[in-house]
Write a protein that binds this ligand. Structure first.
Ligand code: PEP
Ligand code: MN
Length: 364
């Protein structure tokens, strides 16, 4: 037999083996997807390194060559990786925060008529922390005048140093509630620990989870048991995937009213406190059905670029922006450099409103 026909004969043997391997790989993938579903239902993890190690050992013991054990391990590791990817893709489609249809939008309604999500652009504003009744009253009056419906009523502050002002606690919440009632606003406040939930529930209309607590799964689960909306800030080192899975914790525990807030991520930039990741807005809009708000204060850490950031937020497709406002920022007990005074806040509102008319119904 000539070399050419021998080659053809051998190649003809290879082709059906390829098809068999293909068929077996896909059969294996189907079973892996089934396993993934069972794991998801029982709340266990998709990736199990122990199981992977056991399979590799069994394969190496059974391997009679000519492939070396190392080659066999590498080949199967590739199969495992591809399977894990497939399982993750499959699981992703079934998570609650994931947008299932293009027109699926969560809209969160509050007692004063505020609606967050996909219809309007709303402003959340207020001082970094409640410092006194007079301070909150001055801000509340301006917010009401400008049609803002939600005020920050922060009683507890997550500060870098334990020696810095930590917030007025329940006293601060009482003030926030009083001022909100006076001006027809709703109050949102950061909950630093799950033990504070029952007390805070007396005063607030929505719970706020700060960047530092984004992955506190116990807190997220506890908020998932509440009936009030939860605003979740992105951690400064969190990927978008980690962010949406944090929201999933709240939703999977039973609370579907989740609002996402992009607040900037940590980069090498020295001129801003964080870097506003504006691409997070269209990406989160694409991936989830939840409202998305842009924090223009903590993302920059400086008030001089609040207006351009506000304009960017307005046309980004976000559902609103959050800004810190204080009657006298220079003497603020926290975040003095980034809070706007009342006049600057009015200017920001004018700017955001005027860009909205210029870019009516358009998003960038
Ligand atoms: C805040 O908005 O009050 C705050 C503390 O911001 P962050 O959690 O994003 O740092
Ligand atoms: Mn602040």
């Amino acid at each position: 037999m000539s070399a050419t026909s021998r080659l053809k004969e051998l190649r003809d043997k290879i082709d059906p083996i390829n098809m068999q391997i293909l068929d077996l790989l896909n059969q294996r993938a189907e079973i892996a997807l089934e396993i993934g579903k069972v794991q998801q239902e029982s709340g266990t993890r998709i990736y199990d390194p122990q199981r992977e190690a056991e399979m590799l050992t069994a394969l190496q013991l059974a391997n009679e060559g000519p492939f070396s054990n190392e080659t066999i391990s590498n080949l199967f590791r590739e199969v495992f990786r591809a399977t894990l990817h497939l399982e993750e893709e499959d699981a992703r489609e079934t998570i609650l925060v994931q947008r299932k249809q293009p027109d699926q939008h969560t809209i969160i309604e509050f007692s004063n008529g505020l609606r967050l999500g996909n219809e309007t652009f709303e402003i959340i504003a207020g001082p970094c922390a409640v410092e006194s009744y007079e301070q909150m009253d001055a801000v509340g009056a301006v917010l009401a005048e400008r049609g803002v419906k939600m005020i920050r009523g922060m009683g507890y502050k997550p500060r870098t140093s334990p020696y810095d002002f930590q917030g007025m606690g329940e006293e601060g919440l009482k003030i926030a509630r009083q001022v909100a009632n006076k001006y027809g606003l709703v109050v949102i406040s950061e909950v630093l620990d799950m033990s504070l939930i029952p007390m805070m529930d007396e005063y607030v209309d929505a719970f706020w989870v700060g960047a530092r607590n984004m992955q506190n799964s116990f807190l997220l689960r506890a908020l998932g048991k509440q009936s009030k909306p939860v605003l979740l800030k992105r951690g400064f080192g969190a990927t978008l995937k980690e962010f949406i899975y944090a929201a999933e914790y709240v939703m999977a525990s039973g609370n579907e009213q989740v609002i996402l807030m992009e607040r900037g991520i940590r980069t090498f930039s020295e001129w801003t406190r964080n870097t506003l990741d504006i691409s997070a807005v269209p990406l989160l809009k694409q991936e989830t059905h939840l409202p998305i708000i842009v924090d223009i204060s903590h993302s920059a850490g400086r008030r001089d670029i609040a207006n351009p950031l506000g304009r960017v937020a307005r046309v980004s497709g976000a559902d609103g922006l959050m800004v810190e406002v204080h009657p006298n920022p220079d003497v603020a007990m926290s975040d003095a450099k980034q809070q706007l005074n009342l006049e600057q806040f009015n200017q920001l509102m004018d700017d955001v409103e005027s860009i909205a008319t210029r870019y009516k119904h358009e998003t960038v």
